[in-house]
Design a protein around this ligand. Sequence first.
Ligand code: P1T
Length: 396
Amino acid sequence: MRLQTKTVHTGVDKDSAFNSVITPIYQTSTFRFENIGQTKGFDYTRSGNPTRRALEENIAALEGGVSAAAVATGMAAITLVLHFFKTGDHILCTHDCYGGTERLLRTYREQFGLEISYVDMRDLSSVQDAIQPNTKAFWIETPSNPLLNIVDIRELSRIAHRNGALSIVDNTFLSPFNQRPFELGADIIVHSTTKYLNGHSDVVGGAVVVKHQEHAQRLQFLTNALGQGASPFDCWLVLRGIKTLAPRMREHERNAKAVAEFLSSHSHVRKVYYPGLESHPHHELAKRQQSGFGGMVSFEVDGGIEEAKQVLSSTRIFALAESLGGVESLIEHPATMSHASMNPDLREKAGINDRVIRLSVGIEDPNDLIEDLDQALAFQPGTRSRARTSKAVAEC
Ligand code: P1T
């Protein structure tokens, strides 16, 4: 089966009693034993549940892994993976990762003695220089949140493997529809399923997918031992969301491209971050490594925090909110919202300044989205001319 067919079918056929087409929600904490030591495959929902199993089979198939764990949040997924390591191990992390990832890594460093270094993974020689004898993993986030930097998963995985380290990729921003890290050499994939996989902003969830059998058992052990598993109802919602992943991702990308092009020509916009633009410094790498450019666009307003605030408070369709990947468009201010928890030095080094605004472009009509941004960007009336009236974007 091809990916789009897998999104609809893999894992869902779980009801042998009544043949329901849709996976039932097995909303139970526990399962009756047939006899001592004899179950029908499940004993207790913390260690396993058929609805969760359906979602895990589905996500594992989409990523091409051998096993997956569906967990309570994206942060729970990252926590789970950190438990593959022990005190004294060193993890090399993308310097501009999600703020919550940096906060969690900092906690593990301070409380549990994991060593963490941040490096600009666009520069492979800096990566090489940052490797230590105890380096056990590369933590890769591409495209990065919020600046959409792209790093080379294939090259980084090669360097990691040459040095006995694992290559771990946070694939939240593109989903397996647009990026398949295992095919590029990664060993473990994490997701915030809160985002594109679920796609409807009504669940927080996460997933870890492993490529190697040797990690599968550890994954299942840790999910149960740490009590991380997602609830049956949340799993059911994510499984439902995934069925429309392909058409949603196509719409997200079409709209994001239209928005990025509009912003690029706006006189109140200083810089646009979107890997689908030819002007993006890693456009060629993105074309090679991804099958699409996704629905996230960031930009810098001309001016400072005041101008940024004006835009953030003026949109009518783009809701001012954290998170991303839902069908509705969102706007947010990384410096004070999604990346507020990040160490300020790191945030500055990563280039996340007060002018940066991040958009999660939804699947509404692109003309409405552009008109909304156009009116929100009309600050400083009289001092500058308004941007050209946007051209209508063709339906396709
Ligand atoms: O929010 P949660 O489901 O726990 O996912 C954490 C997470 C992990 N990885 C990436 C790349 C993420 O972007 C996130 C969550 N991000 C946001 C909430 C945000 O607004 O950027």
